[in-house]
Design a protein around this ligand. Structure first.
Ligand code: RP5
Length: 163
C-alpha cells in the first residue's frame, strides 16, 4: 500500500502473526492503509513506548495490538497514546488464551482497551474500520454494504437449514 498508514497493527512476537494477519486482511478488504510490526512490551520496552508515543504524530488513527500470555502490550500502548487501542488476546499453548484475554480486558478505569474475542483479529480490523468510518462517509457506506452482504449470506445459510 502506498498511502500512509491509518491503522497500526502491532504484536508481541512474530509468532502472533498467524492470528494477527486477519486484522490486516480485514483492513485490506476496505482499502484502509495499515502497517504491521513486532513491538514487544517485555522484550523491547523502549521501542514499544516510542511506538505508542509517536503513532498519533505519524498519522496513525487506531492501534490494534495483539499479544499472548502476560499480554501487557495493548494496555501499555493505551497508557501512552491518546489513540483508540483495540486489543487482541492471542491464544497460546496453555490456558486457551484465557490468560491473554484477562490480561488485556481488565484495564483500570481511565485507560481503555477495546478487547475483541480470543484470537478474533478479524473483528479488530473491522472495528478499526468502523472507528475510521465514523468521520469518513465513503468508508461508512462500504461498511453498510458489508453488513448487507453479511445479512444476505446468513439468509442463504438459513435457507439451506430450512431446506
Ligand atoms: C507474548 O509472548 C507474545 O505476544 C506471544 O504471544 C508470546 C510468545 O512469544 P514467543 O515466545 O513465541 O516469541 O509476549
Amino acid at each position: 500500500m502506498t498511502d500512509s498508514p491509518r491503522v497500526g497493527i502491532v504484536m508481541g512476537s512474530d509468532s502472533d502473526w498467524p492470528v494477527m494477519e486477519a486484522a490486516a486482511t480485514a483492513l485490506g478488504e476496505f482499502d484502509v492503509a495499515h502497517e504491521a510490526d513486532v513491538v514487544s512490551a517485555h522484550r523491547m520496552p523502549d521501542e514499544m513506548l516510542a511506538y505508542g508515543r509517536e503513532a498519533a504524530g505519524r498519522g496513525i488513527s487506531v492501534i490494534i495490538a495483539g499479544a499472548g500470555g502476560a499480554a501487557h502490550l495493548p494496555g501499555m500502548l493505551a497508557a501512552v497514546t491518546p489513540l483508540p487501542v483495540i486489543g487482541v488476546p492471542v491464544p497460546l499453548k496453555h490456558l486457551d488464551g484465557m490468560d491473554s484475554l484477562l490480561s488485556i480486558v481488565q484495564m483500570p478505569a481511565g485507560v481503555p482497551v477495546a478487547t475483541v474475542a480470543v484470537g478474533n483479529a478479524r473483528n479488530a480490523g473491522l472495528l478499526a474500520v468502523r472507528i475510521l468510518a465514523a468521520t469518513d462517509p465513503a468508508l461508512q457506506q462500504r461498511m453498510v454494504d458489508f453488513q448487507a452482504e453479511l445479512r444476505e449470506s446468513a439468509r442463504v445459510k438459513g435457507a439451506v437449514v430450512r431446506g
